[in-house]
Write a protein that binds this ligand. Structure first.
Ligand code: ADP
Ligand code: GLC
Length: 477
C-alpha cells in the first residue's frame, strides 16, 4: 500500500503545532503495518540543507504561483518529497505569516501549489511511483483532492484529515483563475462558501473520505457550536466521516531516555521525577517546593485553548499554594497577562514566552500536572505527553481531551483507572473548582502515585491508530 501524505508541516523539520507531530510520526508507524507513506512538503528554508542531498524526481512549470520541482530525500527515516519553489517558500518569517504576524498575501498560491503538486504526483508525475491513496492534511493541502477530481477518471482514492476546522483557507473568488480551478464548480454545492472560495470545503466535497483526529471531535463538528459553518456540509457527508485518535512518537517522547530532562525516570522509578521539578524551578526562578502541585501550560496562547479563563483563575491557584509554569507564544494580550502574573507572584508563577522544543520536554517532566482548558480541541497532544510522563492532565471535556483522559471520579479511583482531571465549564470558576480537586488529590501521595502509574500505563503510541488508518486505506482501494 502506497500513501502520499500532503501537508504543510512535519516535525522535526518545520512545526507550528500538533499537525507537525502527527505528520512526522505517522509515516514511521504506518511502515510497521506495511504502508509506504511519503510526504509532500514545501521546501521552507530549514529544509534547504536537505535539497542537495536529494534526487530531483519531477519538474512543473505551471503550478499556481509559478514553477517548482520535487526533490526526494529521506531524512530521520521519513521520505520527503520537497516542493522546491523559492518564489513561494524562500522567505523569512513564519510558515504562514510574515515577521509582523500577518498572513502571507499569497498563501492561496503557496498552498494551492502544494496541493497541485500532490495531485500531480497522484496522476503519475513521478516515474515509478504511483500512490494508491492521497491523504491530505488540513486546509493547506485541501485542494489536492479537488485537483484530482478535476483531472477526472482513474484517479487514486483521497482522504482529507481535519486537524482544526477553525482554519479553512478562505479567499475571495478572484483567486479561482490563479488557482486554475473550474469556475463552474464555484457554487454552494462545490467550492463556494458564503461567496468565497474555501479550500477545506472543497476537500470536504470532493474527497472519498473525511477523518478528524478524535471520535468526539468527529461528532462535535456535526453541530453548529463546533462546525464553524461547515456542519451542514459535514452532515451531508457524515457517512464518509470518522475520527481516528492521534498517537505520539514514543521514541522522541520517552521519560526513560529523554536527553532534555535533568533526570530520566519511568513508572518504577517515579521518585526520580522530582529532580526535574527542582531543575525546572531553578531554570524559571520559581521557589523550589513540593508541598503543593506545580501546574504547567505548554501551548499556543490563544482563546481556543481557554487560557484567558486560566489567567483569571491564577489568583485562586496562587492562594491554594500551587505553582504555575507557562511556556507559549501567541496572542499579545495573553502573553502580557501571563508575564504580569509572573511578575505579581514571582515565587509561584513563571512565564517563558517563546517556542522551545527542548524546554517543552523539561516542562512535561518537571511539572506535576498539565493544564489544558481548551474550548475546543480536535485531539490535543500535550495531554498525551503528560500521561506518558506521569504529569497528570487537567483538561476540559471536549474533543480528543475527553477521549484520552479518565477523570478522577470515585468510580475511576476505586478501579485504579483515573489518569487525570476532566472538567466541564471553561471559566475562572470552572478552573478554580478543578484546581481545588488537583490540590486535594496531590495532598494524598498514595492516590497521586496510583494515578501517575495509571497515566503512564495508558496506551499513547501510534500503534492502534496506524492500524486504523491502514484499515481505512485498505477499505478505500
Ligand atoms: P495545537 O496543534 O492545537 O497547537 P497540540 O496539542 O496538538 O495543539 O500540539 C501542540 C504541539 O506544539 C505540542 O507538540 C506542544 O508540545 C508544542 N508546543 C506548543 N507550544 C510550544 C512552545 N511554546 N514551545 C515548544 N513546544 C510547543
Ligand atoms: C490541531 C489541533 C490539535 C491536534 C493537532 C494534531 O492543531 O488543534 O487538537 O492535536 O491538530 O492533529
Amino acid at each position: 500500500m502506497k500513501v502520499l501524505m500532503v501537508a504543510s508541516e512535519c516535525a522535526p523539520f518545520v512545526k507550528t503545532g500538533g499537525l507537525a507531530d502527527v505528520v512526522g510520526a505517522l509515516p514511521g508507524a504506518l511502515a510497521r503495518v506495511d504502508v509506504d507513506a511519503q510526504v509532500v512538503l514545501p521546501a521552507y528554508p530549514p529544509l534547504f540543507p536537505v535539497l542537495p542531498e536529494g534526487e530531483e524526481v519531477a519538474r512543473f512549470d505551471d503550478l499556481p504561483g509559478g514553477p517548482g520541482r520535487l526533490v526526494r530525500a529521506t531524512v530521520h527515516g521519513i521520505t520527503l518529497l520537497l516542493l522546491d519553489a523559492p518564489q513561494l517558500f524562500d522567505r523569512p518569517g513564519g510558515l504562514y505569516v510574515d515577521e509582523n504576524g500577518r498572513d502571507w498575501s499569497d498563501n492561496h498560491l503557496r498552498f494551492g501549489a502544494l496541493s497541485m503538486a500532490g495531485a500531480r504526483i497522484a496522476m503519475g508525475a513521478i516515474e515509478g511511483y504511483q500512490p494508491d491513496v492521497v491523504h491530505a492534511h488540513d486546509w493547506q493541502a485541501a485542494l489536492a483532492p479537488v485537483y484530482m477530481r478535476m483531472a477526472g477518471r482513474d484517479i487514486p482514492r483521497s482522504i482529507i484529515t481535519i486537524h482544526n476546522i477553525a482554519f479553512q483557507g478562505r479567499f475571495g473568488p478572484q483567486v479561482l483563475g490563479q488557482l486554475q480551478l473550474k469556475t463552474d464548480w464555484f457554487h454552494p454545492e462545490g467550492l463556494e462558501f458564503h461567496g468565497d472560495l474555501s479550500f477545506l470545503k472543497g476537500a470536504l466535497m470532493f474527497s472519498d473520505r473525511i477523518t478528524t483526529v478524535s471520535p468526539t471531535y468527529a461528532r462535535e463538528i456535526l453541530t453548529p457550536e463546533f462546525g464553524m459553518g461547515l456542519d451542514g456540509v459535514l452532515q451531508a457527508r457524515s457517512g464518509a466521516l470518522s475520527g481516528v485518535l492521534n498517537g505520539i512518537d514514543t521514541e522522541a517522547w520517552n521519560p526513560a531516555t529523554d536527553t532534555a530532562l535533568a533526570q530520566t525516570y519511568d513508572a518504577k522509578t517515579l521518585k526520580r521525577k522530582a529532580a526535574n521539578r527542582v531543575a525546572l524551578s531553578e531554570r524559571l526562578g520559581l521557589e523550589t517546593r513540593s508541598d503543593a502541585p506545580l501546574f504547567c501550560v505548554v501551548s499556543r496562547l490563544t482563546n481556543q485553548k481557554g487560557l484567558d479563563a486560566l489567567l483569571e483563575a491564577v489568583p485562586h491557584l496562587v492562594d491554594r499554594g500551587a505553582q504555575l509554569a507557562v511556556l507559549g507564544t501567541g496572542q499579545p494580550d495573553l502573553e502580557k497577562g501571563f508575564r504580569d502574573a509572573a511578575m505579581a507572584h514571582p515565587r509561584q508563577v513563571a512565564t517563558h514566552i517563546g517556542y522551545d522544543e527542548a524546554l517543552s520536554h523539561l516542562f512535561q517532566a518537571g511539572s506535576d500536572a498539565i493544564l489544558i482548558p481548551s474550548r475546543f480541541e480536535p485531539c490535543g497532544l500535550t495531554q498525551l505527553y503528560g500521561l506518558h510522563y506521569g504529569t497528570l492532565p487537567v483538561v476540559a471535556r471536549t474533543g480528543g481531551l475527553a477521549d484520552t483522559v479518565i477523570d478522577a471520579n470515585v468510580a475511576a479511583i476505586v478501579a485504579k483507572a483515573a489518569t487525570g482531571f476532566v472538567f466541564h465549564e471553561v471559566s475562572a470558576n470552572g478552573l478554580a473548582a478543578v484546581i481545588d480537586r488537583v490540590v486535594e488529590a496531590y495532598a494524598d501521595p498514595k492516590l497521586w502515585q496510583s494515578m501517575q502509574r495509571a497515566a503512564m500505563r495508558h496506551p499513547v503510541s501510534w500503534d492502534s491508530s496506524a492500524q486504523a488508518y491502514h484499515d481505512l486505506y485498505t477499505e478505500l482501494v
